[in-house]
Design a protein around this ligand. Structure first.
Ligand code: PEP
Ligand code: MG
Length: 542
């Protein structure tokens, strides 16, 4: 048995076989081959295997998430069958007598560079796709698993072990087949960790050098609370953790009794208890955990899952579905918060030395209004199907709010001209997640209908601690009096102007701060669906 200490970022215990996901970039070796015809055959077989993997992935995605989300895998299959692509690889093998892996990799690099240099943003976006499908073929040639998205051939559930997982890779994980995950890198407030909590999956990050790809297929026990991983557990450990798992599940079951009960302290102070989601299918967990609304729908995940800009129609359907399923309960949809750790190839964002301080979120929307308007049209059109509110991320000034509202007004005017219905009184709020927004909270409160405090970024920017950096330890402390004072200042400013103020960052679920938040007088707390009932329990016991 090997015991590894990582950082637990999503509670729960998982016991099962490890599946190592190959997400790292590897150098591809160049070899001289004598029999180039045999090498061409080896390439063709691997290419066919990759195409059939993509076909399966396509069908699975279509069945689980709808045709729209499956389109990407159609494009990927077509790429592998593209005559120019295939010819380039086969010519390299025969003329330069190189191995298939090298020929595929060289061709991928060449095609990616060609796509990236094109004028058309659709074609530029194909650069990352061609690399992705080529990686899949190389993995097949090297006898490894397909892509990064945990496509599983054996249908078994497993614990994912990876060097690192990008948010786009995490959203593609098949939840029904994943028991939990462990990564070598990562940080507690990264979007990957947040996604694990939304998905209710036990997760551990930061195991560092203890990451060993040879653990593939071995049994493991992971405890998402303590951060412990046991590889090849002995009988005693297995028995102990089976017991703990049963206890944890019993605790979660008992919490179910709080469903339908009011979120109210013993002295009658009420707090609205909402949940955070990343995609429409998360609504099931919101309802199962009896959240009273959705306080943060991270709409950028609709963009992350795709190979190209989601259309107005695609977004409209997604927002409408969430609004309809939530009935008259409030659904706060945050406009696109792309950039920093949430990179999308087809946006072609330039490399930045400090992406968290860079071109992201509202900054992209205000400078690329053609993208912003598509989303606003979809949001407004969906607003007649439920109780939708719009929330703007990363605000630092009153001017940004006015600029965004101006674009919103233009879109409303367009819709009126087209006789398309929308909620004329839709609430517009902002995220308070920069120190500037706290300092300007009084002026900002006069412009909007609500505040929602993003403690993940607020902690990062207040303490000057990169939220992606796992080595900052005690310096990145969201309990810092500086952060808590910021929360208090923003809440008081909101109340002075008669608007409501909530928290949608991860700190909202921190039970050691629940008393403090009640004392500050926050009106709403929005947390991952699995944190709703434990938080209701804490509030009711206050
Ligand atoms: C936050 O910053 O606290 C927040 C809720 O937004 P995100 O984590 O998506 O940046
Ligand atoms: Mg944020």
């Amino acid at each position: 048995m090997r015991t590894i200490q990582g950082v637990g970022v999503s509670a729960g215990i998982a016991i099962g076989a490890i599946r190592v996901l190959d997400t790292a970039d590897h150098a591809v070796e160049r070899r001289v081959v004598d029999d180039s015809q045999a090498e061409v055959e080896r390439f063709r077989t691997a290419r066919d295997t990759a195409v059939s993997q993509l076909k399966q992935l396509r069908d699975k995605t279509a069945a689980e998430f709808g045709e729209g989300k499956a389109e990407l895998f159609d494009t990927h299959q077509l790429m592998l069958q593209d005559p120019d692509y295939v010819e380039s690889i086969e010519d390299l093998i025969t003329q330069s007598k190189v191995n298939a892996e090298f020929a595929v990799n060289s061709t991928a690099e060449q095609f990616a560079a060609m796509f990236a240099a094109m004028d058309n943003s659709y074609m530029q976006a194909r650069a990352s796709d061609v690399k992705d499908v080529s990686r899949r073929v190389i993995n097949v040639l090297e006898g490894k698993r397909g892509g990064a998205a945990a496509d599983d051939e054996d249908g078994e559930s497993h614990i994912i072990l990876a060097e690192d997982l990008a948010p786009s890779e995490t959203v593609q994980l098949d939840r029904a087949k994943v028991l939990g995950f462990v990564t070598a890198k990562g940080s507690a407030n990264s979007h990957t960790a947040i996604l694990a909590r939304t998905m209710g999956l036990p997760a551990i990050i930061g195991i560092g050098d203890a990451f060993d790809p040879a653990d593939d297929g071995h049994t493991a026990v992971i405890d998402g609370t303590s951060g412990l991983v046991f590889v090849d557990p002995d009988e005693k450990t297995l028995a102990e953790y089976r017991g703990r798992k049963a206890k944890y599940e019993e605790h979660m079951r008992l919490l179910q009794e709080l469903k339908g009960k009011p979120t109210e302290t013993k002295s009658g102070q009420k707090v609205r208890l909402y949940a955070n989601i990343g995609r429409p299918s998360d609504v099931a967990a919101v309802l199962a955990n009896d959240a009273e609304g959705i306080g943060l729908f991270r709409s950028e995940f609709l963009y992350l899952e795709r190979g190209d800009y989601p259309t107005e129609e695609f977004q409209f359907e997604a927002y409408k579905e969430v609004a309809q399923r939530m009935g008259d309960r409030l659904v706060v949809i945050r406009t696109l918060d792309i950039g920093a750790d949430k990179q999308v190839g087809y946006f072609n964002l330039e490399h930045e030395d400090n992406p968290a301080l860079g071109y992201r979120a509202i900054r992209i929307c205000l400078t690329r209004p053609e993208i912003f308007k598509v989303q606003l049209r979809a949001l407004l059109r969906a607003s007649v199907y439920g109780n939708i509110a719009i929330m703007l991320p990363m605000i630092t000034s009153v001017q940004e709010v006015r600029d965004a509202r101006k674009i919103l007004e233009e879109v409303k005017e367009e819709l009126r001209g087209e006789h398309i219905d929308f909620n004329e009184h839709i609430q517009v709020g902002i995220m308070i997640e920069t120190p500037a927004s706290v300092i300007m909270a009084d002026e900002l409160a006069a412009e909007v209908d609500f505040f929602s405090i993003g403690t993940n970024d607020l902690t990062q920017y207040t303490l000057a601690c990169d939220r992606q950096n796992p080595n900052l330890g005690r310096f990145a402390d969201p309990h810092s009096p500086a952060v808590l004072r910021m929360i208090k200042m923003a809440t008081e400013a909101a109340h002075r102007h008669g608007i409501w103020c909530g928290i949608c960052g991860e700190l909202g679920a921190d039970l050691s701060l629940t008393d403090k938040f009640l004392e500050i007088g926050l009106d709403e707390l929005s947390v991952s669906p699995t944190s709703v009932l434990p938080l209701r329990d804490a509030i009711r016991n206050h």
